[in-house]
Each structure stands twice: as C-alpha cells, then as structure tokens.
Design a protein around this ligand. Structure first.
Ligand code: ATP
Ligand code: MG
Length: 290
C-alpha cells in the first residue's frame, strides 16, 4: 500500500484502518466533498493507495467531480482530466504531434495529452463521463488501467510506464433510470464506488457551508424538498436532473435575494422538459414554502 503522498498525520490512520470522518472535517469546511458515510471515503482512499482505479458512479450533481478533486487534494496530487464524448479520440487521450521551427529548421514536437502527462508525472487521471466515449476509443488505454500500467504511444512509439503515484479516477453518470451500460472489459478494471445524493443532516451542513443561505428554517425546507425530489425521481415521476444537488444549492443561493419559490423556478423547474414535471415540482414548492 502506498500512502506516501497522503498527509503525514493520516498515513498511519489509513494503514491501520482507523481513518474516521472527523479527519475530513477540515476538507469539508474548505469546500471539499462531503461523503454520505465514512466507508465511502475510506474505501476510495484504500483503493487508490493500493494502486487500484476507482469508478465513481452516481447521478448528475451528486458530487462525483468534487469527490475526485477532494481525493486529489488529499493525496496532494494534481489531476489531469479527460472529458469523454463521442468525439474523444486517441489524440485527446495521448497527445498530438505539431510542427515547430528551430532556427529555420522544421521540427516535429509532441504535445502530451492527459494520459501521457499523468503517467509520466505520477499524478491522478480523471476520466469524466467515461460511458460517453465511443466503445472503440477507451480500449486503447486498457493497458494503462490494468497491472501493466504501460502503454505504447501510437504517435511516437514510445513505451510509457506510469510512475508509482499514478492513479485513475473515472466518473460515470448512471442515474436511477435509463442507465447507459459501460463496456464490461473496461468496467472490470475498476473498483466501483457508488456516489448517491447526500441527504438529511449532511445536506444541511453542505448547504450551510457552501451556500449563502443561513436561515435555518429555510435550510430545513430545502432539505425536505431534496428528499421529496429524490423520491419522485426514484418513482419515475421526474427526470433525474430534477434531484441534482447542484441545482438545489443554486436555489439556496438565490433564496438569499429572491423568494424561495422563484429561486426554485429558476434553478430547478425551468430546466425540466415536460409541463407535467414542472407542475409537479412547483406543487412541491407550494406545499413547503410560503
Ligand atoms: N456530497 C457532496 N459534497 C460536497 N459538494 C457536493 C456534494 N454533492 C453535491 N455537491 C455540490 O454540488 C455541485 C455539483 O457537484 P459535482 O459537479 O461534483 O457533481 P457530479 O456528480 O460531478 O455531476 P455531473 O454528473 O453532472 O458531472 C458542486 O457544487 C458540489 O460542490
Ligand atoms: Mg462531474
């Protein structure tokens, strides 16, 4: 297990499996990821310390990217990122060749991409929305993701072996409904960590810490609204985006200046596609707020 890059005071705790939530309080206060339970964070740290790749799986606005950033700051590792889309190709992963001039002489330089950079510098590689890439693109990095930790750069033929502290964190937006399956061989190379929406007291703490809203009554009402929205999404009454914590935090922020129902309209309701869904959320807001 390699815990060298973790802050000294928690290295031993992690090794002895004594790592507790309290040790995270400072990070949360500084705007870090707030885990729904201790296991989540301990398991992620353990897997990464053991050189395993982790796949953060959860709905939109659940804090996956925030979690990855928090892990990277905890391990005191910078993070190179890849955003997957159907356009993702070998060059956007590995880098590309470019022409430059040195005293009138033309030379070919190679501009490294996020995979090459993170392997060579021994940092984290964050692969966002990993299920959005075309099925043929990511197998290119299978060798990076398994025990070999090695890849032959197709553009330079250089064989790159990752530095020891290299680690991969991927995120997949897999909601409650309409999940997109991830290629099995790829999934096989990850430890999966479910990232659900936080609720109750933790959500309350997150709202107080990270939004401008201070009124406790209002904060409690937003926590209830979030619970009702998540239930409705689970029941298939609303599309997944409606329950996003991102949107909820926006609504909380706006509420410090405009009435809560209008804040909810702007931050949540008007993003929904169907009138039926809009009416549903507005109804919820009407029953909770004046
Ligand atoms: N558990 C949490 N702890 C800290 N912040 C959170 C948490 N859940 C949501 N947030 C906040 O909600 C916002 C969205 O989080 P983030 O961007 O990490 O979500 P995501 O899961 O990556 O979403 P997407 O799938 O849309 O990319 C951020 O402002 C983040 O700070
Ligand atoms: Mg994200």
């Amino acid at each position: 297990m390699n815990t060298d890059s973790l802050p000294q005071e928690i290295q031993q705790l992690v090794k002895n499996n004594q790592y507790k939530h309290e040790h995270f309080q400072d990070l949360i206060r500084d705007g870090g990821y707030m885990p729904p339970n201790e296991e989540l964070i301990i398991d992620a740290i353990t897997a990464l310390s053991m050189g395993k790749n982790i796949l953060l799986k959860g709905p939109t606005g659940a804090g996956k990217t925030k979690f990855a950033e928090t892990l990277s700051s905890l391990f005191q590792q910078p993070m190179f990122s890849v955003n997957c889309s159907v356009d993702l190709d070998a060059e956007s992963l590995m880098g590309f060749k470019t022409l430059s001039y040195e005293n009138d002489k033309q030379t070919i330089d190679f501009v490294p991409g996020p995979v090459t950079n993170s392997m060579k510098h021994g940092t984290f590689l964050y692969i966002d929305e990993i299920n959005m890439a075309k099925p043929e693109t990511l197998p290119l990095i299978n060798g990076v993701l398994d025990y070999r930790r090695t890849i032959t750069n197709p553009f330079t033929n250089e064989i790159i072996t990752a530095q020891e502290q290299f680690g991969v964190i991927a995120a997949i937006n897999e909601g409650y409904i309409g999940t997109v399956p991830l290629n099995e061989a790829l999934k096989n190379r990850f430890i999966v960590i479910d990232v659900p929406y936080i609720q109750g007291d933790q959500l309350k703490q997150l709202i107080s810490n990270s939004t401008k809203l201070e009124d406790e009554t209002l904060i409690n009402l937003f926590v209830t609204l979030s619970k009702d929205l998540i239930t409705a999404v689970e029941q298939g009454k609303l599309s997944e985006d409606a329950a996003s914590i991102r949107a909820l935090l926006d609504a909380c922020d706006l509420t410090t200046f405009i009435p809560p129902k209008r804040a909810i309209l702007r931050a949540i309701v008007d993003k929904l596609d169907e009138d039926r869904e809009k009416a549903f959320v507005q109804n919820l807001a009407d029953t909770l707020f004046d």
